[in-house]
Design a protein. Sequence first.
Length: 345
Amino acid sequence: MKIAGKAIKKAAQTSLFRFFASSFEKLPWPESNVLRVLTYHRIATKNERLDLDPSLISASPESFDRQMEWISRDFNPVSLANVIEAMKSGNGLSKRSVLVTFDDAYLDFMFHAWPSLVKYNIPVALFVPTDFCSAETSSFWWDQIHDAVNNQSNGGRLRVGQREFSLDNAKTRKRTTKAVKSYLKSLDHHQLQQEVGSILEQVGYTKSKRSVLDWGQLKALSDQGVDLVPHTQSHPLLTRVHASVAREEIINSRRCLNEKIGKVLPAFAYPSGYYNEEVVNILRDEGFKVGFTTVRGVNDLEVTDNLKLRRINIGAETPDALIRLQMCPANLKTQSKIASQFPSV
Ligand SMILES: [Zn+2]
């Protein structure tokens, strides 16, 4: 899957591919009530915030600005409120509608993404894991593991679960970080927290710089027009916790946004895209109207379950031509055939 994804990205950088994609996009695709949702995480250069996991970088500030320029020119950016209203009224969305979303409320949204969104007048929905916005709360586990394991230089070995990993040199530390992250994602939330604690203790990791927007910054962004959307409190994978915990995480993040910001739309994004019918039913019970997954594709709002909306994830290596191709209504039928490009968390 990964090899296919890399091959597609490489091919997408050629002029022949761009010609093909552009011709394909211009075909008279039938489009009625089609919604494209783009997913971004961090907007940053590779050399800033080396303490954070680079796999979450979606674009450099320059690439993001360029993408917003052609989106504003060639598409019809809509707000989350527009989407909810279209679902409610049944009137449908205008042609070439696209919703820009950001997961996890990283600090760089404010410095690198928001200025371009303002410049091109593009609405945005920002998904906020509310526990991380208080000053006393530390950063995400995947960033801590990256910094503690990949960036440490003491050597030695690391015991995780039943296995031992080498920390001898940069190459093995990189390999270890990847393997450890993959193992941690297979655990239930409680076990994951315990293992992360054990890893940090073994390497003597204590520092953790703020990486998520705080409440003052979020309030300022909300006042300027950013839609803040619940994304749980502590960002657990909702299929790896008890249903009662999933419900608490969902409704408490909504309540927290309401208390701190004063308004919240009835929408939700599943952390790392993990959901099942039990989780979807919790959203339905609690009055949510829109749920965002990480399943690749565009949405025909006439037939899609509004609590299982598909999105197009943008990676730092994703060429613009490939993004545009995925935004084509043809992707309603072909989404499952394109290799996954989702980040590892
Ligand atoms: Zn997330």
